[in-house]
Structure formats: C-alpha cells, structure tokens
Design a protein around this ligand. Structure first.
Ligand SMILES: Nc1nc2c(ncn2[C@@H]2O[C@H](COP(=O)(O)OP(=O)(O)OP(=O)(O)O)[C@@H](O)[C@H]2O)c(=O)[nH]1
Length: 392
C-alpha cells in the first residue's frame, strides 16, 4: 500500500502519465479532469459535445453499497482501507476518464437515494447516452430491497435505451467463503432473472460479477465492463492472437497502466492468478520508477517509451512488460525456452505496436470529425447575437 501512495504523491493527482505522445489536447485529457471532487464534477448538462464522444458508465445501487469506493479504488488509486472514511454521496458525480483513445468514458456516481418518480430527475436524458449501467449490490447485507431497485432501474433504463449493457456487481464478497459466494451469486442471478421474466422482459441480459475492492476482482470486473464499450476490441484481440502465435507467447494482455484495467487479451482463457501477477508487475515497475527513477524535477515520468521489465518466475515462466503507448502496456507470459528468441519477439512487438498506433489513428480521426460535426451543428443553432438557441 505504501508504494501505491508513493505513485500518487509523485503524480500530483494522477497526472504522472500525461506526457505528450500525441498532441491533441482535446482528445487526450489527463487521466481525470481534475479530482472528481464532486464539486466541479457535479452533474452538468452544459457540455453539448461530451456525450457524443464518450460513453457513460453509471454506478447505481443502494446507499453504502460501495459505489464511490469502487470508483476511488479503480480510478484514483485509493487504498481500500481509506474508503472507510468516504462520506455518503449526495449529488450525482460525473468524472471523465480519458486515459487513452481506447479507454475513454464518463463515470457517473449516483447517490443511493435517487428517486425515479421525482419529476426533476431527467432519467431519460441520462439513460439515453449510457453505455453501461453497473448496479452494485452489497452481498453482506440483505439484498431484497436491492433486487427490487435493480429491477426498477433496469426496466426503466431498458425502455429508454435497449442498447445499455446491464452489469451487476455482487459486491463486498471479501467477507464470504467460496461456497457462500457461489450460493449468493446463484440466488441473486435467479431472483433478478425471475423478476424480469415475470415482467415479460426475458430479453434483458444481466451480467453478474463477484467483486471486492480488497482484491483484484474489482479491476477484472471493470475490465470486462470497459471492454464491451471498446468498438475496436475484436481488432485488438486479433492483433494479440497474431502476435502471440508468431512469438511463442502463451498469454498477453494489453493494459491501461493507470487503472490496471486490461482492455484486451488474446482468445485463450484468463485465469485470475495470471491477471493478478500482471497487476503486481505493473505496480512494481511504476513504483520502482517513481521511487528511484525520478529525479525530483517536474519533467520526469515513471512510465515512458523506454519502460520495460522482465521477471523470471520460479516455474520456468517469464513475464515480459513493454510500453505500447503512453497509457498502454503489453504484459506477456511465455516459457523460458521461447524467451531465448527475444529478438524475434521484439521484432513482432514492433509490428504489433505499429498496428495498434494505426487503429489508434483511425479512432482519432473519427473522434475529430464527430466533434467537428457536432460543433458545426451547435454553432448553426446559435443565433447571430451570440446567444445559444435551445436545442430541440
Ligand atoms: N468489506 C468491504 N467493504 C467495502 C467494499 N467496498 C466498499 N466497502 C465499504 O462500504 C462502505 C460504503 O462505501 P461507499 O463507497 O461510500 O458506498 P456508496 O454506495 O458510494 O454510498 P452512498 O454514497 O451513500 O450511495 C464504506 O465503508 C466502504 O469501505 C468491499 O469490497 N468490501
């Protein structure tokens, strides 16, 4: 935990990774647009362009279910113990997460007591621009009320926007035994789907995850939620498949370094232990770099084009980490004998990196033209004396 804090201190609010690799300020905001702070980040409907570019991820659930803790631990590197002191959220908090061109979305943290019947709460507007709705259920609490809330939320949201991905986090499972976890998941899964079937809404698909901020499960679950929002995912997976099969690599992950969300992996199955090792490796690289690599002046960054690491495990496996872009790292697992052909791996990596940059460029162009289009549309709706017309 000490090392995590060091990273934060050296960052000056998570901005350590924001050196310029691409120079489009609009698209490459720093990790967060300032601290979420919930004061600046409070729901504001004034930005007419943001919702067009960034999908929304909503964090909903009953009070004290753990929504703000999830956001703070995953995106602000807060240590889990510190979440004990988080105050209850009383307004909708909106935060931009724009780590890279692939990981770019807004997270909206809702206070537990949101009332759908409150006429001042424009839920239609909120759900319309939503990519994923994460509903957090406290597994250590009685979840009957949470399930009826989940049903109400999902049915309302689905009516407005049937394209939303509904993700249910069965949260705080750290206090439960393995058998108990499975039992809870089965029960919640059954009840939630039965409720939907009773309402004639079997077509709504809910995905379930067992999560806790005290282990890597929350990062893994968030990775899967985010991956569903990346339209280039099949391309990235394909590139990873080609890369590993030509390099004798067993498993490869493309990681967003700041959040430790993996945005893609090859098509072989992911096991939790491998994922945890990758997260630990990223922590080691960044922490050592922060503590011993920075000279103390503002210019240094703990992660740059030269960043790479090799760790030989005691089971004849090698872990290999390399920088892909200023926010992305490739972490691979391979046998020691395959690693003898490091030259080949590096050459293939070079080709892989170039391909990723091309995918990246295409997305940038699409984003720029979309933004331009919406700016034009917006200015067309501006009357000559400079006051804005009301959008219809
Ligand atoms: N054991 C355990 N406790 C957790 C976990 N996640 C959050 N908590 C605790 O749950 C409590 C409530 O967390 P918050 O993040 O404030 O909950 P919230 O849903 O944002 O609450 P509101 O803002 O009131 O809606 C805190 O004391 C957290 O430390 C978890 O994974 N395991």
């Amino acid at each position: 935990m000490t090392s995590e804090r060091k990273y934060n201190e050296a960052d000056g609010e998570n901005e350590a990774l924001s050196f310029d690799y691409y120079d489009d300020d609009d698209v490459f905001d720093t990790f967060t647009d300032g601290d979420c702070g919930c004061d600046e980040g409070v729901l504001g409907f004034s930005d007419p362009f943001s919702s067009e570019v960034k999908p929304r991820i909503l964090l909903m659930g009953l009070r004290r279910s753990g929504k703000s803790s999830i956001q703070k631990v995953v995106f602000h590197k807060m240590s889990p113990n510190e979440t004990l002191f988080l105050e209850s959220t009383n307004k909708i908090c909106r935060e931009d997460v724009s780590n890279s061109s692939f990981v770019s979305f807004q997270i909206w943290d809702f206070p537990g007591q949101i009332d759908f019947f409150d006429p001042t709460f424009d839920y239609e507007m909120i759900f319309r621009g939503t990519g994923a709705l994460i509903f957090v259920i406290d597994s250590q609490d009685d979840y009957v009320e949470a399930l009826s809330r989940l049903h109400l939320t999902v049915t309302r949201a689905y009516k407005v926007n049937p394209d939303i991905n509904f993700e249910v986090f069965i949260h705080k499972v750290d206090g439960l035994s393995d058998d108990h976890k499975i039992e809870k998941q089965r029960d919640i899964h059954k009840r939630a789907n039965d409720d939907l079937a009773d309402a004639g809404l079997e077509r709504i698909h809910l995905s379930f995850y067992l999560t806790s901020i005290y282990d890597h499960s929350i990062f893994e679950a968030f990775s899967k939620v985010v991956q569903k929002l990346i339209p280039q995912l099949p391309t990235l997976e394909n590139l990873l498949n080609i890369f590993i099969s030509n390099s004798g690599i067993e498993k490869a992950f493309l990681f967003d370094v700041v959040s430790k969300i993996y945005i893609a992996t090859d098509s072989s199955p992911v096991d939790m232990q491998t994922y945890e090792l990758c997260c630990d490796m990223i922590d080691v690289v960044i922490d050592i770099s922060c503590i011993y690599g920075l000279t103390g002046d503002e210019a240094g960054t703990p992660y740059d084009k030269e960043s790479m690491a090799i760790i030989h495990l005691n089971n004849t496996t090698v872990m290999y980490l390399k920088e892909v872009t200023k926010f992305l790292a490739l972490v691979c697992f391979l046998r020691e004998e395959s690693f003898e052909r490091k030259g080949l791996i590096d050459y293939n990596f070079h080709c892989f990196k170039k391909a990723i940059e091309e995918v990246f460029d295409v997305r940038l162009k699409v984003q720029r033209s979309r933004k331009l289009l919406s700016q034009r549309r917006w200015s067309r709706q501006t009357v000559p004396n400079g006051t804005q017309a009301i959008l219809t």
